[in-house]
Design a binder for this molecule. Sequence first.
Ligand SMILES: NC(=O)C1=CN([C@@H]2O[C@H](COP(=O)(O)OP(=O)(O)OC[C@H]3O[C@@H](n4cnc5c(N)ncnc54)[C@H](O)[C@@H]3O)[C@@H](O)[C@H]2O)C=CC1
Ligand SMILES: O=C(CO)COP(=O)(O)O
Length: 362
Amino acid sequence: MRDKLKKQEQKRRINIQETAVSEQANLLPTLVLGAGAWGTALAMAMARNGHETWLWGRDKLHCAEMQTSRENAKYLPGIAFPDALSVVDDVHKALQNCGHVLISVPSKAFVESLQMIKPVLAATTPVSWATKGLAPDTGELLYDVARSVLGENHPLAVISGPSFAAEVAANLPTAFTVASEDGDFAKQLAGLFHSPTLRVYTTYDVLGVQIGGTVKNVLAISAGISDGLGYGANARAALITRGMAEIRRLAAALGAETETLFGLSGIGDLILTCTDDQSRNRQLGLAIGRGLSVDDAVKFVGKTVEGMHAAREVMLRARQADIEMPIVEQVCKILFEGYDPRESVQALLCREQKAELTPPVN
Ligand SMILES: NC(=O)C1=CN([C@@H]2O[C@H](COP(=O)(O)OP(=O)(O)OC[C@H]3O[C@@H](n4cnc5c(N)ncnc54)[C@H](O)[C@@H]3O)[C@@H](O)[C@H]2O)C=CC1
Ligand SMILES: O=C(CO)COP(=O)(O)O
């Protein structure tokens, strides 16, 4: 009886996989721009589903190495590329022939990537990105930046959620969210990734997903600082919870759905990055808390730390919206004004007494 059930389950799984692969096979290839950790892991996830995926990186030598070794030894060593993944040299040709572009570069290179694809891309090719952050200086949401550079005709989507590249590449169970105002595109994009190890949810709330994914990086720096100072588990939990209140205030002020912030791209990613040492934002905070100067901590981590880039812009958006974000404010003071992390924690503790919840007014 047990064997029969096992066989039925195996058959069901094979059927699901075959359906997914045959549906995806009808789609034109996806071009992933950015051969760092995340771009590569996402490309591998699609290719494992049988979807033809092209990976492009700006570093020609790195790309040549990947073509020969069939792995990204620089960012994800020891994990072989699936057959459906190819590393491409000619980005213009790939842009002209792909069915979808996924941008996975750091936020500081996002506009540059859009400007590169704009003149070459067919008029209605969908564009998605996995970049987390805001436009440098202006603090604009990347969705707005993409609309303004690409115009109205390209369906757009954001990929976000609690997902370390190394774990996705290693095929460990993961869930994340795809957000788009175009429901069909959201479903199609989610389908490219969805597999027995990768659950992909869809939403229309592009605003909430972007805010959660951006602010959690700044908060992960604060959690790292607190842990680096040795302040303990209570302090970390307080920072995560009060940090969540800051995300919620900013999101509400900008018009996002509160529910999104309690989903994968909000609390999910906040917990992940504030608590696990794989997070580069947390690593930066830990190094600062343990006594390194900000410059030395940046060198020590030596990788993309989006919270460092987003902190000022998040604060700018908070001031424009006239809301308080005291943890983000203290992170900015430590990162850019030379504040001692201990003074900053004191400043947070010495804030006036507040109610967590007040009774509703009749
Ligand atoms: N690594 C992770 O686990 C995750 C990363 N992300 C986000 O994905 C984005 C990319 O991060 P990672 O891949 O981790 O960074 P990374 O540091 O591993 O790689 C970034 C890549 O972008 C390339 N790059 C930089 N400027 C470029 C440009 N102008 N044009 C083309 N390529 C350029 C670099 O050469 C490098 O290969 C970030 O916004 C990050 O927050 C999101 C979720 C998970
Ligand atoms: O966004 C991430 C996981 O969801 C990666 O976090 P870090 O950029 O802090 O490593």
